[in-house]
Design a protein around this ligand. Structure first.
Ligand SMILES: Nc1ncnc2c1ncn2[C@@H]1O[C@H](COP(=O)(O)OP(=O)(O)OP(=O)(O)O)[C@@H](O)[C@H]1O
Ligand SMILES: [Mg+2]
Length: 335
């Protein structure tokens, strides 16, 4: 299911530097400020991506060690030089050359193809330097919007770390190529297990469904209550909940994420982004974004888990196509 932007056109956004980086981080310096405790979060110093629309994100500046390693190897970051957290996860994104990622996916062979979303194709690969199996997302080269989401994704996932968020291993910004390298999630997305299940595949049992809901909720709780300032995910949906071999869920796709309100502010005003069927109606109508917008989307996924129906299903009879309306009109209305 694709993302949409209901209100402002991409052209409006391009003209308005306020939307230069929709996450609210002012490029490298703001990313550093995030790492240092968000000292300047009141000052939304958005960079104007018009001026440098294809500039590579420089999140590796967060770590002097990573930067040193990068300078030394000219983009071929060595595993040993990457700073790790207590669980062994890399805490800053590595940079890869396009050649490395082409090698990892055997030149993006169809056998390595995992799926495709609004931003591009995803391939399974193996990094030659470490042997690690990864998922590589190659962004469509369709202009500024994809590049902005690439930048936000790298910034957000380089700074936010939790067991229920997918781990970003690194990225490639060679020339006009934009690729993201993630930990490989062997069981694919929750959507793959809920809808159009092949006959030889078992449906998820109830306990697994609830475990997935609880894990995804913990990921959201981290973004809303532990990150400071809070992060609003804006793209909570079943295709963005990835599953490992034991169905432990992790949220993925942070290209639409946005810093939440700080101080006594109740919301942030922004153009409406998200996915049909999951987007909170009050946000869609007003453009006023709060953490509750994510909670609404969580509710939609919970309904998908409980009913096995899609959030939007145009193959169903009129009146049943929108899951939320169907549930509220038919199931919860006493007639
Ligand atoms: N880290 C990963 N590990 C394994 N498979 C993945 C990974 N990331 C994505 N995929 C697979 O690639 C598919 C496409 O993912 P992608 O995020 O590009 O699109 P989407 O979520 O379906 O749509 P949208 O663009 O609206 O987010 C997913 O359905 C999933 O099966
Ligand atoms: Mg996705």
């Amino acid at each position: 299911m694709g993302c949409f932007s209901c209100f402002d056109s991409p052209a409006d956004e391009q003209l308005n530097p306020k939307f230069g980086a929709d996450c609210g981080y002012g490029g490298t310096s703001a990313a550093a400020a995030y790492g240092a405790g968000f000292g300047r979060h009141g000052d939304r110093g958005y960079p104007d991506l018009q001026q440098a629309p294809m500039a590579a994100p420089r999140v590796e500046k967060l770590s002097a060690a990573a930067e040193k390693a990068r300078a030394k190897s000219n983009g071929l970051t060595k595993e040993a030089s990457v700073p790790k957290d207590a669980n062994g996860n890399a805490i800053s994104a590595q940079t890869f050359t396009f050649r490395e990622l082409a090698t990892a996916t055997r030149n993006f062979r169809p056998e390595c193809f995992l799926g495709e979303g609004g931003f591009g194709r995803v391939y399974k690969g193996r990094l030659e330097s470490t042997g690690q199996v990864v998922a590589i997302k190659q962004l469509n080269r369709d202009g500024l919007q994809g590049n902005r989401e690439f930048l936000v994704e790298v910034l957000m996932l380089s700074l936010l770390h939790h067991q229920n968020l997918v781990n970003l291993i690194g990225y490639c910004a060679d020339g006009d190529q934009r690729l993201l390298v993630y930990e490989y999630m062997p069981s694919g997305s929750l959507e793959d297990h809920l809808h159009d299940i092949p006959l030889d595949k078992e449906a998820l049992d109830w306990n697994t469904r609830m475990k997935i809901a609880a894990g995804a909720a913990k990921g959201l709780e981290y973004l809303h209550d532990k990150a400071n300032p809070p992060v609003i995910y804006r793209d909570f949906k079943s295709s963005n909940i990835l599953l490992d071999e034991s169905f432990h869920p992790k949220l993925s796709d942070f290209g639409l994420a946005k810093l939440g309100p700080v101080g006594d502010k109740s919301h942030v005003s922004t153009r409406v982004m998200g996915t049909y069927g999951y987007c909170a109606p009050e946000y869609a109508m007003t453009g006023q974004l709060t953490v509750k917008s994510d909670v609404y989307s969580f509710g939609v996924v919970l309904l998908e888990l409980i009913t096995g129906r899609r959030a939007i299903d145009s193959t169903r009879p009129h009146g049943e196509q929108n899951l939320v309306s169907w549930v509220s009109d038919d199931l919860f209305t006493y007639k």
